[in-house]
Ligand binder design. Structure first.
Ligand SMILES: CC(C)(COP(=O)(O)OP(=O)(O)OC[C@H]1O[C@@H](n2cnc3c(N)ncnc32)[C@H](O)[C@@H]1OP(=O)(O)O)[C@@H](O)C(=O)NCCC(=O)NCCS
Length: 148
């Protein structure tokens, strides 16, 4: 199905939130042997969550948090491995950028895993500097974008 046929929305019910966090865990934590629970942090309640859901399956997720009065940060971007490369990640990014603008934040930053640099570049982000090394092995790069 073309990505334009998918709809991004915000999970609100407890069952949708469960599926949302489960995909985050499967893609971003489990492959590195991290424990269940490590997929969440202290900012969940104040963040904006986005997902693509089809037939009770969550295919893609991402989160936006507000850093300060001008800036938001995208975190926890994850697409089901069987669904990557179909435009779903880009749809989530566009949705989160709209929410950032609506909330008066015209700049978005993120810490990209090295494997995702090309993805974020194609979404219009530029590299600022090398940032942290997660779990001693996953290099991250600080990126930013000014929204129009
Ligand atoms: C990174 C990720 C979120 C991207 O989502 P996706 O749905 O696979 O990406 P999309 O299909 O929306 O790709 C959008 C664009 O990025 C490009 N792109 C995506 N991944 C790419 C890659 N690895 N190398 C080169 N280009 C890539 C696509 O070609 C596409 O370009 P286009 O718009 O010019 O056609 C997803 O692949 C993923 O979950 N990866 C594993 C977890 C991860 O690393 N998350 C990011 C943590 S910072």
């Amino acid at each position: 199905m073309p990505s334009s046929n998918y709809r991004v929305s915000q999970p609100t019910s407890s069952s949708d939130l469960e599926l949302y966090y489960a995909l985050r865990y499967e893609v971003l934590r489990k492959p590195w042997g991290q424990p269940l629970g490590s997929e969440k942090d202290k900012d969940e309640e104040t963040s904006i969550h986005a997902f693509v859901k089809e037939n009770e399956r969550v295919l893609a997720v991402g989160r936006l948090q507000f850093t300060n009065e001008n800036t938001s940060q995208v975190r926890f971007m994850a697409v089901d491995p069987g669904q990557q490369g179909k435009g779903l990640g880009k749809l989530i990014m566009e949705f989160l950028e709209e929410r950032s603008k609506e909330n008066g934040r015209n700049k978005v930053i993120l810490h990209a895993r090295e494997n995702a640099l090309k993805f974020y570049e194609s979404c219009g982000y530029r590299i600022v500097e090398k940032s942290h090394l997660l779990w001693g092995q996953v290099q991250h790069w600080l990126m930013e974008k000014d929204l129009k």
